[in-house]
Design a protein around this ligand. Structure first.
Ligand SMILES: [Zn+2]
Ligand SMILES: [Zn+2]
Length: 86
């Protein structure tokens, strides 16, 4: 059932619908939508920054390591050394 703008508001306030919940609902929808867009945009932006920072720290700061066997035939340990880039 549709409430017309000049009917009494179904919330029981005694005001006309256009001066009560219709107006509030309209303002809520309009304002919240913009705020939500801004917040989700900001969160998305920071998430990208954080992931980019993690990605950068993995690719630039940490040298790549490789396992190798040493010359000692008695040695059963696995050694790690930095991969030398050509
Ligand atoms: Zn109302
Ligand atoms: Zn060794």
């Amino acid at each position: 059932m549709k409430t017309s703008r000049n009917d009494q508001c179904p919330c029981g306030s005694g005001k006309k619908y256009k001066n009560c919940c219709q107006e509030k609902r309209f303002q809520d929808n309009d304002g919240n939508k913009q705020i939500r867009w801004i917040i989700s945009g900001a969160i998305g932006f920071f998430m990208v920054l954080i992931f980019w920072g993690i990605f950068q720290s993995f690719t630039t700061d940490r040298p790549e390591m490789e396992a190798y066997k040493c010359d000692n035939p008695q040695c059963n340990q696995i050694h790690y050394r930095q991969v030398t880039q050509p």
